[in-house]
Write a protein that binds this ligand. Structure first.
Ligand code: GLA
Length: 708
């Protein structure tokens, strides 16, 4: 390994071990036998301890007589590529122009800096270079990994069949359990915890979006961690298109996770001289259970992912559930007046403003304000909204086109499609190919004009269907669109934000279909679900906030009975659930009674007092939604706010005082509504007395102001 040089601190030259330290954890990998072996990901170790760690091949492989069948390295490699005697999940798989498959990589160099490390590997025969990158960010235990692949040749393309950002190897434990979220439209991010199957478990989206059905993260523990104790290894992928995360549990009980963009069957022809970059996969080891893992992720997202983490998210009003497609300037203006009376700070006009008919059949792609609904354009409404002291926001769906639109009639080639195949419409719409430069330029241009002409400070960027027949006839490399579309969306958003520094964006995809770390790098909040039923939302939000912070979770209070589930719940319950995220209003305020509006205004005012805690504080999930009798959440900074929800009362199951978490031992608090005072020790060990109303869907919120 002549070209390889020691990297100073963090490199042990005797054992060729690279060592990365985060504030509370250590990560180590080693060059041994010409391969990169994973050595450690977990508790903090000294350099000497990390260097002294043995490299373990699967123990069974060393047993006499088994060696011709057992793969020595599967599940233990730092970055598993296809080739040689490797039979596990490959993070990198290619086919060369002469038909050869498999790689034979050797490390050829490294570059180390205080904030990270790059290791370069080259194929011993073919002109292919792989760079593995590790990045450390201040004040977080997250390690960001990514990879790039370069075709160093000048003649032939290389077909890339799988190229993941990272493989993550866990230490040996007796058992492994996976926490992840699953769901569907209207029921996103439902948390599941299950034993890791022996074999391979694939979490994936083949839909072109992050998806409602799975989300690109997994947490792993040995089966014994709880909300407030235990070791947790988490892996997330920052990508907003199709993705895949394969958890491999080998017969010899090793667990590793390989994750990257694209899904099975999607390939990329890497042209001579071309470089392909993966998105980032972020990994974090924490102790202190799932609660501590979530708080560490929230802190990381706030510190290193979000563009404007310090900002307080406004209370918005969105007209969708109030009017659906039945919108016009008079109704919108009346809703705006009522929203402002309740304390809303932002008014968002949803779908319908550009449509020729009052439904979803036509108009997507043309983006002209309907002159019958808004005879003088948006200006009178926008001015009315601003005169009420609110910002003006608009719903857009840039990636979509209705076949019944001028855009589609002029450019039918701009949608994803394949020859000899139907163009399947979902919700009467097709997907514009954001991998194309002309589509990106067109979208950037009309979005820019819309923001300029209306003075909008907020866009709700929606994406209401999944990909189908995703092709690009005539393209040299037709699968690229799966990745290039997502890159195009990111690019258009980034440029728009650069041009309009005061513009804020909400990510939406039929609710929570596009929630991921890459979206959060260029948006301010996410519409978590089209299901605004407060009882369902408790579960959806429980899953959402496992990784993503409450300060990006948009939640509206809507009408009862709920439009999706038909459930009736009290106004306070609906408010309290929405107040555990970014509170918004989404009901038909014209139909709310005076009493309801008075109650709503006082709850909005309360939210404004406690929102710094909810949006920027530390979340403690005191009792999960399906806990017997009571669900409770606590947000803490200096002050504390506690929310408690009892969906169904049961005789004999009273509500005992609720023990709080994470309070400084000597602190003392005052309940801002009753004036009662409590010492932290009492709140921690005996609990906060709760006063819940009678009946179904009872809830309460307690704001504790710190006195000392
Ligand atoms: C999606 C969104 C909704 C709403 C509608 C409008 O379903 O999630 O909030 O904007 O589109 O068509």
């Amino acid at each position: 390994m002549t070209a390889l040089r020691p990297t100073g601190t963090g490199f042990d030259a005797d054992t060729a071990t690279w060592i990365l330290h985060t504030p509370n954890t250590t990560y180590a990998l080693r060059l041994t036998d010409g391969r990169l072996a994973h050595v450690h990901w977990g508790a903090a170790l000294t350099d000497a301890e990390a260097a002294a760690l043995p490299v373990r091949a699967e123990s069974g492989a060393r047993q006499r007589g088994s060696t011709s069948f057992e793969a020595r390295y599967d599940g233990t490699e730092e970055y598993a590529w296809d080739g040689g005697v490797r039979y596990g999940v490959p993070s990198l798989q290619v086919r060369f122009a002469d038909g050869a498959r498999g790689l034979d990589l050797e490390p050829v160099g490294d570059e180390a800096a205080d904030d990270g490390l790059t290791i370069r590997l080259r194929d011993r025969h073919y002109p292919l270079e792989v760079a593995l990158r590790y990045r450390l960010r201040p004040g977080t235990d997250v390690i960001e990994r990514s990879a790039s692949l370069t075709n160093l040749g000048d003649a032939e393309p290389i077909e890339v069949l799988r190229f993941d950002a990272a493989s993550w190897v866990l230490p040996h434990r007796d058992d492994y359990r996976l926490s992840h979220v699953t769901g569907m439209w209207g029921a996103e991010t439902r948390l599941r915890r299950e034993v890791a199957a022996a074999g391979e478990t694939v979490f994936t989206s083949r839909r072109g979006i992050t998806s409602h059905h799975a989300n690109p993260w997994v947490m792993t523990d040995d089966g014994t961690a709880g909300e407030s104790h235990g070791e947790v290894w988490s892996v997330a992928l920052a990508w907003s298109g199709s993705w895949r995360m394969t958890v491999q549990r080998t017969p010899l009980r090793r667990l590793s996770v390989s994750t990257g963009f694209g899904h099975d069957g999607i390939s990329w022809r890497l042209a001579p001289g071309e470089r392909l970059e993966t998105p980032v996969s972020a990994g974090m080891f924490t102790t202190g259970g799932f609660g501590a893992a979530s708080r560490a992720w929230h802190a990381h997202v706030r510190r290193h992912v979000l563009p404007r983490p310090e900002e307080t998210r406004p209370v918005l009003y969105n007209s969708w559930e109030a009017t659906f497609f039945d919108i016009d300037v008079a109704r919108q203006s009346a809703l705006a007046t009522r929203a402002a009376e309740l304390g809303a700070e932002l008014f968002v006009v949803d779908d319908g403003w550009f449509r020729p008919y009052r439904d979803d059949r036509a108009g997507l792609g043309d983006w002209r304000v309907n002159a019958e609904l808004f005879p003088d354009g948006f200006a009178p409404l926008a001015e009315h909204v601003r005169s009420l002291g609110m910002g003006f926001g608009i719903w857009v769906e840039p990636e979509m086109v209705n076949p019944d639109s001028d855009l589609y009639r002029a450019h039918p080639d701009r949608v994803l499609h394949q020859p000899h195949r139907a163009r399947t419409e979902l919700r009467n719409q097709l997907v514009l190919n954001f991998g194309r430069d002309d589509v990106r330029a067109w979208a950037g241009e009309w979005l820019h004009r819309l923001v300029r002409d209306t003075g909008a400070v907020f866009l709700k960027w929606d994406m209401n269907r999944t990909f189908s027949e995703a092709g690009e006839p005539g393209a040299a490399d037709p699968d690229r669109l799966w990745i290039e579309h997502t890159r195009g969306v990111h690019l258009v958003m980034d440029r728009l934000r650069d041009a309009w520094p005061d513009l804020r964006i909400e990510s939406c995809s039929g609710g929570g279909g596009r929630l991921d770390l890459a979206m959060l790098a260029r948006t301010d909040q996410v519409w978590a679900s089209d299901n605004t039923d407060a009882a369902d939302r408790l579960r959806i939000q429980h899953g959402f906030t496992q990784l993503y912070p409450p300060g990006v979770l948009e939640a509206w209070v809507t009408d009862s009975p709920n439009t999706v589930t038909g459930r009736r719940t009290p106004l306070a319950f609906r408010f309290h659930v929405a107040m555990t995220g970014v509170l918004g209003l989404g009901g038909d305020l014209a139909a709310w009674s005076d009493d309801e509006r008075r109650e709503a205004a006082s709850l909005v005012a309360l939210y404004k007092r406690i929102r710094p805690l909810v949006q920027h504080g530390r979340l403690y999930r005191l009792r999960p939604p399906d806990a017997e009798g009571l669900c409770a959440l606590q947000f803490a900074d200096r002050d504390v706010v506690v929310f408690a929800f009892r969906e169904t009362p049961r005789m004999g199951f009273g509500v005992p005082p609720l023990p709080l978490a994470g309070l400084p031992r000597t602190a003392r608090y005052r309940d801002t509504s009753t004036g009662a005072e409590y010492d932290a020790g009492v709140l921690t060990h005996h609990g906060l007395p709760l006063d819940l109303p009678r009946g179904e869907y009872a809830s309460t919120v307690v704001h504790l102001e710190r006195r000392r």
